[in-house]
Design a protein around this ligand. Structure first.
Ligand code: ADP
Ligand code: MG
Length: 256
């Protein structure tokens, strides 16, 4: 049997991972006297690893999220307002299997988006699907789809992923149609798929940016029924680093 024919069969079967390492593996097997079983085992291992890698790449591309916000790059010491134990517990991802939501609340710059993305990145690593958007982008996308008569189809983008990151709730006030779209989304994901959201507003202030206290109550009711809230207090990481670098000078003394 020629190695080229074997590679041809592997390609026909879609075993691209094995095809690419076959020369190298066959050489090592001969050199190290691998048993048939060992040889086969290593080849299958290579194929599984290549397949997982391709799946991760595809899911990461579809998730449309920045790739640099991970738990490893989050400095817990710099942000004592974050409950590290709770974050580590969330990182086990059991909340995804229960379709629970996680809400990161706090002032600007404390790491809400970073942590939400870090959780979604963990989810991608563990084989789940995810999607990242801001509330503003979600509402304008779905409003447009409603006008075009493609709302149902467009909704799938936000319903299918196991984890939906909904960033920046509360920065901009919503029009009534926006609040209605958010209500539909939260209801349809309720008990089906997790939402990771970030907001600079405490729940009591949601009626304000949603423009309607009844719809705010209906949204919060479903959102919070199975959920964990991560409240983050503290200084903005951005201004903290500026201060450390001595970029912010104290204001001049009075009378100068
Ligand atoms: P928020 O969403 O709360 O406004 P971000 O998560 O966007 O804040 O954080 C602002 C910037 O600071 C981002 O670049 C983020 O990666 C970084 N950052 C915030 N907190 C930390 C931290 N504890 N460790 C490392 N980087 C951080
Ligand atoms: Mg943010």
């Amino acid at each position: 049997m020629r190695i080229d024919s074997v590679k041809g069969y592997l390609e026909e079967l879609g075993f691209i991972g094995v095809r690419d390492v076959l020369d190298h593996r066959a050489e090592r097997a001969a050199k190290e006297n691998w048993s048939y079983l060992e040889f086969l085992g290593h080849l299958l291992e290579d194929e599984v690893a290549a397949k997982r890698h391709r799946s991760l790449e595809t899911r990461t591309r579809l998730a449309r999220m920045p790739r640099d916000k991970t738990l490893d790059s989050f400095d817990f010491e710099a942000q004592p307002g974050v409950d590290e134990k709770l974050i580590r517990e969330l990182a086990t991802l059991s909340f995804i299997d229960r379709a629970d939501n996680v809400c990161f609340l706090g002032p600007p710059g404390v790491g809400k988006t970073h942590l939400a993305l870090a959780m979604a990145t963990r989810a991608l690593e563990e084989g789940y699907t995810a999607y990242f958007t801001t509330l503003d982008r979600l509402v304008s996308d779905l409003s447009k789809a409603e006008r075009d008569g493609t709302l149902e189809r467009r909704f799938r983008t936000y319903l299918k992923p196991r984890v939906l990151v909904l960033d920046e709730m509360g920065y901009l006030p919503l029009k009534p149609e926006g609040a209605n779209i958010l209500f539909q989304l939260v209801s349809r994901r309720y008990e089906r798929g997790s939402i990771l959201l970030t907001s600079n507003k405490s729940y009591g202030d949601w009626a304000g940016f949603l423009g309607d206290s009844i719809i705010a109550a209906a949204i919060l009711d479903r959102l919070l029924h199975h959920s964990v809230t991560v409240n983050i207090r503290g200084d903005s990481y951005r201004t903290r680093n500026r201060r450390k670098a001595g970029l912010d000078r104290p204001p001049p003394a009075k009378g100068v």
